[in-house]
Ligand binder design. Structure first.
Ligand SMILES: [Zn+2]
Length: 413
């Protein structure tokens, strides 16, 4: 389907027809006479389809009927889709605490199961408005897939097509006990606990690397019906995700975990600088930054390179800020880093006059339990009102033109 779509417009049209008929077959299977209404209802509640149906849509082998129909809706969307399901002949909904979903509790507000026409439909309501947060916390890579009525996002397309399923951070306990689940129980795939058996280097496909849903890199995004495009789902999505802290594939050149700790002293800063220079493969240059490390008595100018696998700087998300200020909770499967930084492009005393430069301040994730920042606390004027400043602080100065690939750090006040 994907290859067909890429060749030329004639085949693109043909692949659209194949995808449309596949989508109709799957929705008719579950919603019978109401299947024509489903695309509109899904659009109205801003939901996506995931799990076995989305996987069947992508792989299209038709070897086995999907067991259940899994819908994910953003916070507040469950009542709408529930009303429609009930009016379409579904009933007996239950607030189910299925084993697998318990592990996803941090990202789910509700999980309900509906039955009708001898089929099951599940609805997961996200804790927030970002549906991708639920998708990236799926138990396996095979379930990290999101579909609207006209498009699909596959986060691990290569693994899915090659029949490899890797356990995600939330899947461990469940799948160790019972190696079965609707979407990954089919004969097409084999479950691996990690990617240590890969015969070659993972390269940019490495599941241990943090990813961004904002860009399409390493993600298959396929639209077959522009009216229900998938791209709106990933727009403005700040979610990043990872499978493992370090990569267990012995051939892998990524995921060494070398740069994971945040340095506190001048000597540790020098070590990190050396790690950046010696990193294999080389890290693309990003910016210079001013680091206020917790145990230093003066700020230090440091290199802030691009993250592993990023060929050149495009935006702040792509900087490897984490080697200086720890922004990732090591126990979480995803991170929303936007809250850990703030950009100032005006002078505080003259907010209406735009400045030539923008300063972005990065702070540490509080759950990583950062230590007191000795230097900043010493010169902080608001000590009576403010809490003590914790953790490293990194300040990056750029011109207001984000496209500029490097900025020189001149003078800080
Ligand atoms: Zn790897």
């Amino acid at each position: 389907m994907r290859v067909l779509g890429n060749t030329c417009s004639k085949y693109r049209r043909m692949s659209d027809i194949i995808a449309n008929s596949r989508f109709r077959r799957l929705t008719r299977m579950f919603f019978n006479d109401y299947h024509d209404e489903f695309p509109i209802e899904l659009l109205r509640c801003k939901g996506v389809v995931t799990g076995s149906v989305a996987l069947e849509m992508y792989l299209g082998h038709g070897a086995e009927d999907p067991r259940d129909f899994n819908i994910v809706v953003p916070r507040g969307g469950i009542m709408h889709i529930e009303n429609w399901l009930i009016s379409s002949g579904f009933e007996n909904f239950e607030d189910a605490s299925v084993d697998m979903r318990e592990e996803m509790a941090p990202v789910l507000a509700q999980f309900r199961v509906y039955e009708g026409y001898n089929r099951k439909v599940t609805v997961s309501e996200a804790n927030g408005l970002d549906i991708m947060e639920v998708i990236v916390n799926s138990p396996t890579t095979a379930e990290m897939i999101a579909m609207t009525a006209g498009g699909i996002i596959v986060l691990y397309p290569e693994l899915a097509t090659s029949g490899k399923i890797l356990l995600g951070p939330t899947g461990g306990r469940y799948y160790k006990e019972k190696i079965r689940c609707g979407s990954v129980n089919g004969p097409w795939g084999r479950l691996y606990t990690d990617n240590r058996d890969m015969p070659i280097a993972c390269g940019p496909q490495c599941p241990s690397i943090w990813r961004h849903t904002r860009h399409d890199r390493n993600i298959l995004v396929f639209d077959w019906d522009k009216r229900y495009t998938i791209r709106g789902i990933s727009q403005n999505c700040q979610t990043e995700w990872r499978l493992h802290l370090s990569c267990p594939n012995p051939h892998c050149t990524y995921g060494s975990g070398k740069l994971e700790t945040s340095p506190a002293t001048n000597m540790q800063i020098a070590d990190i600088e050396l790690n950046i220079i010696e990193h294999i493969p080389p890290l693309a240059p990003g910016f210079k930054g001013l680091l206020y490390a917790t145990l230093c008595d003066a700020p230090v100018i440091v290199n802030v390179p691009c993250a592993e696998g990023i060929p050149c700087y495009r935006n702040l998300d792509e900087l490897k800020v984490d080697c200086w200020v720890r922004q990732r909770d090591t126990h979480a499967a995803h991170a929303q880093r936007a809250k850990l930084r703030r950009t100032y492009n005006f002078i505080p005393s003259m907010p209406t006059i735009p400045a030539d430069y923008a300063y972005t301040i990065f702070v540490e994730e509080p759950t990583t339990r950062p230590q007191l920042n000795a230097h900043v606390n010493m010169f902080s004027r608001n000590r009576s009102t403010a809490e003590y400043i914790l953790g490293n602080i990194l300040v990056v100065k750029r011109t207001n033109d984000e496209a500029e690939t490097s900025a020189t750090l001149q003078k800080f006040h």
